[in-house]
Write a protein that binds this ligand. Structure first.
Ligand code: ACO
Length: 374
């Protein structure tokens, strides 16, 4: 029996973390609709929900907030690596290598999987902001105690106390991106975790999968597309040419959703509140034109906006530079990846599927071939 290409529709694990209803356009974390969590409870509370199975009490939230806050500092060896590499390597590789180094350092300690998950999540924004500031010739900043996870990320990037509306928008973004079932990167994390490797290594593997433009690498291309289109009246011709060349429109389409991605709806609403009106109007026009052209090209399937389309606008508006768009996705998703790693470990069996061999079975090594090796 052969599985469908891309494992579409195949169930490979059970989970209590996230349910996606692709027909209805609904995303649920442990029973809560994500649209009722985003911007309503802080990201730290969503992290608590995913890691510890329930939304926290005030005391539990304060405890987790303190634990995240006290783990933000980077070991000196990671800072030194960033000083050496930040100007020459691209940000997602810096993040990946920094996490590898952290994993190497932590391997000698005996932290629980959950404590390691919290420490890793806490340090991701520090890695991103430190690398970014070195690359842009600014002095890296110390994390600021008293600021929440998301507010501190914005502070460390920009050097300013962030505006409350920007913190609210980015916090909602972090919640919306916190988990999404077995997307390619989370599947990779679970496969790695099934070997009983450490949390850091499993997250490094997940980041490798996230990098690709068919997954988390899309928002920078959405941003570049909007810049290239420039004004609403150019949208139709630009998109028509693009599709005629056989290229995909970034920020559109999804394996699971057959209707609008529910995260996209929330992000569009947030974008309307914080993005400059000209840019927002351009995005709305591009969305409408692309939807119509894609409908003509693919009448058999709905290709609508996915999470990446309006993400790029929201991230830009709050002050995240385009080069950090995918890294910021990784930072938000660290909670989901690690929650899946924890869940995989609770009822583990090594992932080991098979491939259907399509090669020949009847070849023989010829004498002259062997002789040429000597
Ligand atoms: N633009 C143009 N055509 C598209 C798009 C798109 N954005 N998405 C799908 N299609 C077309 C494909 O060309 C294909 O056509 P064909 O059958 O004539 O070859 C058909 O729809 C099916 O495409 P698949 O790649 O098989 O569909 P899949 O379910 O694997 O696609 C994916 C999902 C990879 C996200 C796809 O929609 C895509 O490439 N989108 C653009 C990249 C993007 O936005 N990625 C971010 C996804 S969200 C996330 O991962 C966080």
């Amino acid at each position: 029996m052969q599985a469908p290409r891309g494992l579409e529709g195949v169930i490979v694990a059970s989970t209590e973390l996230t349910k996606i209803d692709g027909q209805a356009g609904r995303l649920v974390y442990r029973g809560y609709d994500v649209t009722e969590l985003a911007g309503v409870v802080p990201y730290e509370a969503v992290a608590h929900l995913l890691w510890f199975r329930q939304l926290p009490t005030k005391e539990q939230l304060a405890r987790l907030g303190n634990q995240l806050s006290s783990n933000r500092q980077l070991p000196i060896v990671v800072t030194e690596f960033l000083e050496q590499a930040a100007r020459v390597a691209e940000p997602l590789s810096l993040l990946q290598t920094s996490i590898s180094i952290l994993g190497g350092l932590e391997a000698t300690k005996s932290a629980s999987t959950t404590d390691a998950s919290i420490a890793l999540t806490a340090r991701m924004p520090t890695i991103l902001a430190t690398g970014y500031r070195i690359r842009s010739n600014q002095k890296p900043l110390e994390p600021k105690a008293g600021l929440g996870h998301v507010a501190n990320y914005l502070y460390m990037l920009t050097g300013r106390e962030p505006k409350p509306e920007n913190v609210r928008a980015l916090d909602a973004y972090f919640t919306l991106l916190a988990d999404h079932g077995l997307g390619a990167s989370t599947f990779v994390a679970r496969v790695a975790a099934s070997t009983l490797t450490d949390v850091y290594s499993a997250v490094v593997a997940a980041i490798s999968a996230l990098k690709g433009p068919l997954h988390g690498g899309a928002p920078i291309f959405v941003w570049e597309m909007l810049q290239s289109i420039g004004k609403p009246e150019n949208a139709r011709d630009w998109l028509t040419d693009h599709l005629a060349k056989g290229d995909r429109i970034m920020g559109f389409g999804h394996r699971v959703y057959r209707t609008e991605d529910p995260r996209s709806k929330v992000l569009k609403r947030l974008a309307k509140e914080i993005v400059e009106p000209g840019l927002f109007d351009l995005a709305v026009t591009v969305e409408a034109e692309a939807r119509e052209l894609l409908k003509k090209q693919h009448p058999e399937r709905t290709i609508d906006t996915n999470v990446e389309f309006y993400s790029s606008l929201v991230l830009h508006a709050v002050g995240v530079p385009p080069e950090l768009f995918t890294c910021t996705f990784a930072s938000a998703r660290s909670v989901g990846w690690t929650a899946h790693i924890i869940e995989q470990r609770q009822d583990n069996r090594l992932f080991r599927p098979e491939a259907e061999y399509k090669g020949r079975l009847d070849l023989k090594v010829q004498e002259p071939t062997i002789n040429t090796l000597t």
